[in-house]
Design a binder for this molecule. Sequence first.
Ligand code: UD1
Length: 421
Amino acid sequence: MDKFVVEGGARLEGRVSVGGSKNAALPIMVASMLSDGQSTLRNVPALKDIKTLSKLMEILGSQITYSDGVMTLTTPEFKDFEAPYDLVKTMRASVYVLGPLLARHKKAKVSLPGGCAWGPRPIDLHLKGFEALGAQVTLDAGYILAEADQLVGTDIHLDLPSVGATGNLMMAATGAKGTTRILNAAQEPEMPALADYLISMGASIEGGGTSEIVIEGGKPLHGAEHRVIPDRIEAGTFLVGAAMTQGDVTVTGCDPDHLRATIAKLQAVGAQVDVGEDWVRVRSTSKPKGLRLTTEYYPGFPTDLQAQFMAMATVSEGVSVITEEIYRDRFSHVPELNRLGADIKLTENIAVVEGQPHLSAAHVMATDLRASAALILAGLVAKGETHISRVYHIDRGYERIEKKIAELGGVVRREDEPLVT
Ligand code: UD1
């Protein structure tokens, strides 16, 4: 198993480009299964989650090639309709296959994803939505079985603007008879990206990126070409790294419009932020100030950057208060940051962080994808060498992160960590 060794004391400086968005690529790959034609996706990041989903789709009948960010996908017919536990447990986004399987194959069986390192993550809104579209949904031995001879369009009001439910139902609705309106839909940039791809496949969709998406189902769909949008979370991770190391980093190939809440928080802590058409530069010459931050649905501050901003707060001037409203248990990084000398007190979903002059290196454990990124950032401002175990989490969502940080002057080494038995 790999670990990272992070040398503290670097000031991140220079230019770094971001890759395609994992969370945009995953549903779009799955959506290609709605037609039997070939789709070509560009700017697909080389990540473990992408490989996991490819594997699952190949089991279901897709033929996939991938080279240098370009992926071709064809699903002439379905060979199977079951997403097995072994794959779903490593990646929750596997539940996205429910939508296209139901729409085109009329039947889907997907293992329940269960909880994860940061609490229960239900999919009840996906299932209620499928039922509203006329599917019979049953649960058996840890599997969801959904069936429908013909989905029928209807109004679906989501109790919460869930990204996964919005994407899944949008895909299913392209195969439904008549009109579906998804109300209180998620507005995260990955959703209008999915709508754009579906439209280029021949679907009729209006309102992607708003809270009301209208899908006219039943249009014949074909393969399409699509470029995956830049990863706003990867971009935000490097930008916060610049602010907390008092550095000067220009993130290129990003969409600044998707980073508005992040940029506002970086300005609030005193960093200078310049924005171009597809780049953002963050400069700082003094310690960041403490901040108040609450995670929210888009366009609010993203939960996927909460851990990285908390890493910054550990070395900020004064006290920060960070409230997690999307996943109220998403704090597995807190004990690890405290091992590095941070002073974080957690009460329910509110973390109070007393900024320290510096952190001190230690052995810590990556517990999930974004927590791992937070630990790398913390390691960069800790005195000494921080050892981070279980970095397989980070390989799920960040491409070559150690190389990109090295390009900015930070030292992160990947080393083999023998298993102790
Ligand atoms: C997606 C992202 C993830 C991000 C999250 C929130 C992908 C692959 N993952 O996850 O990185 O952290 O959005 O921006 O894109 N909920 C329910 N019932 C449901 C579905 C969701 O109660 O059926 C709740 C969740 O518990 C959570 C909130 O809704 O509190 C948002 O979850 P959701 O937007 O669905 O997240 P994901 O799509 O799983």
